[in-house]
Design a protein around this ligand. Structure first.
Ligand SMILES: Nc1nc2c(ncn2[C@@H]2O[C@H](COP(=O)(O)OP(=O)(O)OP(=O)(O)O)[C@@H](O)[C@H]2O)c(=O)[nH]1
Ligand SMILES: [Mg+2]
Length: 678
């Protein structure tokens, strides 16, 4: 089952959550005879949503690769999740898809998911089409949906297939370019019918809209269009194919995954107009040395599968390829084509086609696998940076290692979350795209790796510093019988501005403290500053100068001077006007104009200081400095304030003194924490 590159199509389905991508894929597979039963998302029986979490939640969470054979071609379909937390999966699919089909529902038309999909297709320069789905639903309106899309995305949005209406019932479809009308039976099989009288004017209008878009693709066609001439079928075909390829045309189809209406017209267009892999610009060389790009990794109980697209030469089993990123070689043992979770073993994957390989040792998503003569890393995949962090801990104490091991496995397939131990707050922090993302990861930890976890807000890494100068004594004396302990120091504590937590100096006259005890004094102080005197946070910006003291020829020891230094610290810092510092970050938030008011008033509630505002691509970019403590739920709050249209970055800039009322709260919280720890 090896196809020539011109007979391969790689499409990905993308768009708003719940608009019918997975169901569309399912009905394509069923209609083309690739599966013998039609699965349903609600029953958890689709080919695409096979993961336990997808079945449980009834949404797609990860990309899945499927294929069908139609019109002598192999059509690979990558179904992507619409929920925004999983946008990284869409980036992966777009790395290898030669075209994207945005799925919209006929009831809603344009929505945020479609806007985001459009933007991602633009950024990855991927040809795009739109499928208006769920035309069988009540209150569906092709016309309304189409108009909303064209209004937003412009004249490149062209009607290819539109419904034939009898009142508010759809009785068939018209293919606008050929001006042909069809009726469909219950299995989606179509029969040509005459264009109904009452549809003729509508068809003319639609044809005109399509012709307007086609005319935009070349000057010659523009002249013809304005001259009132009809395009020849060949001109139409070429213009559509070229327009799709260079993204100047976005054909719009419609139908229903439930009634199979319009599915065959969509597939015909995929076969006739959609770019084949070497036209998509994502393939290097059909007759070149073997090379493939890994666009997804599935790591589960059945093992680890790396899903790839061959972009040069072909990949056969038993090959040994190298990974230019790591420099290591990877033995290609078994290779497969994927139908959802089902892997079908094959001997080779041709150029432009999608496949999978199991058990790679050292390669991850985004990596290139190639022969030594190819030997270069192709562009990888960029992901949105994680923006939502929580502390993760086991429900049952002592299972920390299980969490780390589970997360390490999950990180093989999901590059959009990170986790790290925070040495200051002693919490394991997991960061991802949003609350659903983290919730899915927790469920997987439980179901796949047998460890139940709880999430809690990440503690803020506060600091403490002093604001005035004090001179204090620290004296350690234990001289009751046997070898005693004696150390006595006078230390001056004062604030300093260098980026160092402690600058230690000495200014001792006449050997009141012998030199060999200085390091012990410094050590005592360095240990002490780990715990501030207000709420136990590390002390920074401190200068300590040893100015005087005394010693005992027999009883003085390093240990005694270390203790004396820490006694001085404990005595001195509370008198030196200490304050809690909080981390401040730089926020850059991008939002639609209409949300500006809400965003600004929300920022002031978060104690933010606006730094600037600018317009970009029809969006507003607001910059502000905001205390980190106020930002923990921002990812989720921003989503609800902007219906998912907003995005932000937030980076630490510096520490600042915490306002008194907030400081009181931090001290109270620290007390509770310390009691809990006991
Ligand atoms: N009436 C009708 N319902 C549909 C159709 N297609 C999908 N649905 C229903 O719409 C819901 C969402 O469908 P999915 O196929 O899971 O949508 P999706 O775009 O894959 O959703 P995400 O994976 O969450 O992004 C399910 O309950 C489907 O049964 C359709 O053509 N007609
Ligand atoms: Mg889905």
């Amino acid at each position: 089952m090896s196809y020539a590159i011109k007979n391969i199509r790689n499409i990905c389905l993308l768009g708003h959550g719940g608009n019918g991508k997975t169901s569309l894929a399912e009905s394509i597979l069923f209609m083309t005879g690739s599966t013998d039963r039609l699965g349903k998302v609600v029953d958890g029986t689709t080919v695409s949503d096979f993961d336990a979490e997808e079945i449980r939640r009834k949404i797609s969470i990860a990309d899945s690769a499927m294929f069908c054979e139609y019109g002598g071609m192999k059509i690979n379909i990558i179904d992507t999740p619409g929920y925004f937390d999983f946008a990284g999966e869409v980036s992966q699919a777009l790395r290898v898809a030669d075209a994207g089909i945005i799925v919209c529902s006929a009831k809603d038309g344009l929505n945020v998911g479609a806007e985001k999909a459009w933007k991602m297709l633009n950024e990855s320069k991927t040809p795009r089409a739109i499928f208006i789905s769920k035309t069988d639903e009540e209150n569906a309106s092709y016309e309304r949906a189409f108009n909303s899309l064209r209004e937003k995305f412009g004249v490149s949005v062209c009607p290819m297939v539109a419904p034939i209406m009898d009142g508010d019932k759809i009785t068939g479809l018209i293919e606008v370019a050929s001006k042909k009308a069809y009726s469909f039976d219950a299995k989606g099989k179509r029969t040509e019918i005459p264009v109904p009288e009452n549809m003729k004017a509508t068809l003319d209008n639609l044809y005109n809209t399509l012709a307007e878009g086609i005319a935009e693709t070349s000057e010659e066609l523009m002249d013809k269009y304005f001259g009132g001439e009809d395009f020849t079928p060949e001109e139409l075909r070429t213009a559509l194919a070229e327009g799709l390829r260079d993204c100047s045309i976005c054909p719009v189809f419609c139908g229903s995954a439930f009634t199979f209406l319009g599915i065959s017209l969509l597939l015909d267009a995929v076969v006739n107009y959609f770019p084949c892999p070497h036209e998509g610009g994502k393939v290097v060389d059909e007759s070149g040395a073997p090379a493939a790009i890994i666009y997804k990794t599935i790591s589960d109980q059945y093992g680890k599968f790396s899903l790839f697209k061959v972009v040069s030469g072909k990949i056969t089993n038993e090959m040994t390829l190298i990974n230019p990123r790591t420099g290591t070689s990877e033995k290609i043992g078994h290779i497969y084509i994927m139908q959802g979770k089902k892997n079908i073993e094959v001997n080779e994957i041709a150029c432009g086609d999608l496949g999978a390989v199991s058990k790679l040792s050292d390669s991850k998503t985004g990596d290139t696998l190639c022969s030594s003569s190819f030997n270069k890393a192709l562009p990888g995949i960029s992901y949105p940076a994680p923006c939502y962090s929580m502390a993760i801990a086991p429900k049952v104490k002592g299972q920390e290692d299980k969490i780390s091991a589970g997360l390490a496995r999950l990180a093989e397939e999901d590059l959009t979350f990170t986790y790290a131990n925070n040495s200051e707050t002693h919490q394991l922090i997991i960061s991802g795209a949003g609350d659903i993302h983290l919730d899915v990861l927790c469920s997987k930890l439980k179901n796949k790796f047998g460890v139940e976890v709880v999430l809690s807000p990440a503690r803020v890494p506060y600091r403490e510093k002093i604001r005035s100068k004090v001179k204090v004594q620290g004296r350690r004396k234990k001289q009751s019988g046997g070898h005693g302990q004696f150390g006595d120091v006078w230390i001056e504590f004062e604030p300093q501005n260098e980026p160092e937590d402690l600058i230690f100096a000495e200014n001792v006259f006449g050997g009141s403290v012998p030199k060999n005890f200085f390091p012990a004094v410094e050590k005592g102080l360095r240990e002490s500053i780990q715990k501030g005197v207000l709420a136990g946070y590390p002390v920074v910006f401190l200068k300590a100068t040893l100015v005087d003291g005394s010693y005992h020829p027999v009883d003085s020891s390093e240990m005694a001077f270390k203790t004396a230094a820490s006694l001085a610290y404990k005595a001195g810092l509370p008198q030196a006007n200490p304050v809690i510092l909080e981390p401040i970050g730089y926020l850059k938030v991008t939002i639609p104009d209409s949300c500006l008011g809400d965003i600004m008033s929300d920022l002031s509630k978060r104690r933010g200081s606006p730094m600037g505002m600018s317009a970009h691509d029809g969006m507003q970019v607001v910059e502000a400095e905001v205390p980190m403590a106020e930002m923990s739920s921002y990812a989720i709050d921003l989503r609800s304030m902007t219906q998912g249209r907003g995005s932000f970055t937030f980076e630490f800039v510096r520490y600042e003194e915490t306002p008194m009322n907030i400081q009181q709260k931090i001290i109270e919280e620290a007390k509770v924490l310390a009691e809990d720890a006991e």
